[in-house]
Design a protein around this ligand. Structure first.
Ligand code: FES
Length: 314
């Protein structure tokens, strides 16, 4: 868990029940001041009074410089963050928030398909609003199991008929493969939703037309096969220390125990907080962020080494 020294104390200024299971929360500086800027796809790390840290996509308007809006689904089997927010968080309470980071940025493309499932609507809503404002060629499909779970309906209605809501309890299961196959070549797909949705889309990515790319944000770690844990050494070039990583500890734990300044947040390889550039050796990427196994940026909260020694810029 990170300390709070790089976090902003913000105050809950509004809580809105968007659906029976989702609330949106607006956070502002205590003095109403301007907050660090963000772009669609960005998330914030939020540390609650329980010292639990969670990542939430920003779903408000980037032009609103004095408030961040997040939305939280009450997950009965959550690790506690959503339960706390739904049960105890009140207007006026203080939470600590790290400045927005964007691991899911919108790139340039001739056209876009936005796919949201469930609470995955949060980054997708901000993207849709941005694409609509810039005159881009875009469409959006928002999948929900039940009509009552469809959030932000007024805001989506205001975006017009480019937005289609598919309620599987009424409309049946959406054929995602057919949706991807029907895209015009060059259409980039941005998708966010629960693990089953992310896994299904990943399995269908060969249905994308020529020149199209699938960009996804995951809430849960991607299942990845890996070797059994083995010890290895990490040479930290800036700190000028060599850290031994035993089999039973993560690389992040070992680095932090030796005072190397690498911070973690999710500790599950999904938030990007602990990113470390690799200067030598071969990392074993076990995270859900790395798209190219040859990447020389690694996430030591979960990733390890394929070589006896790694050299990192830390
Ligand atoms: S702490 Fe989130 S990716 Fe490592």
């Amino acid at each position: 868990m990170r300390d709070r020294s790089d976090m902003m104390p913000l105050v809950v200024s509004e809580i809105v029940r968007e659906t029976p299971h989702i609330v949106s929360v607006r956070l502002e500086a205590a003095d109403g001041g301007v907050l660090p800027a963000w772009e669609p796809g960005a998330h914030v790390d939020v540390q609650l009074v329980t010292r639990q840290e969670r990542q939430y996509s920003l779903c408000g308007d980037p032009a609103d410089t004095r408030g961040y809006r997040i939305a939280v689904r009450n997950e009965p089997f959550s690790r506690g963050g959503s339960h706390y927010i739904h049960t105890f968080l009140r207007v006026g309470r203080r939470v600590h928030v790290r400045a927005p980071r964007n691991l899911f940025p919108l790139g340039d493309a001739p056209s876009y398909l936005l796919l949201a499932a469930g609470i995955g609507i949060t980054p997708i809503l901000a993207m849709a609003r941005h694409l609509a404002a810039t005159g881009a060629d875009w469409r959006m499909v928002y999948l929900s199991r039940h009509r009552e779970d469809v959030a932000f309906t007024a805001e989506l209605d205001a975006l017009g008929d480019r937005v289609r809501t598919h309620v599987s309890g009424e409309d049946g299961r959406l054929d995602l493969g057919a949706v991807l196959s029907a895209l015009a070549p060059g259409t980039d797909v941005y998708a966010c939703g629960p693990q089953s949705f992310a896994d299904a889309l990943t399995g269908l990515s060969d249905r994308l037309p020529e020149g199209s790319r699938l960009h996804m944000e995951r809430f849960e770690p991607k299942p990845r096969e890996h070797r059994p844990n083995e010890p290895f050494s990490v040479v930290c070039s800036r700190s000028e220390v060599t850290v031994e990583v035993p089999a039973e500890r993560t690389m992040l734990q070992a680095l932090q125990a030796e005072g190397v300044d690498v911070q973690g947040s999710c500790l599950r390889g999904i938030c990007g907080s602990c990113a470390v550039p690799v200067l030598g050796g071969t990392p074993e990427h076990r995270d859900s962020l790395t798209v190219d196994d040859a990447s020389m940026v690694m996430y030591p909260c979960v990733s390890r080494s394929l070589t006896p020694t790694l050299v990192v810029d830390a």
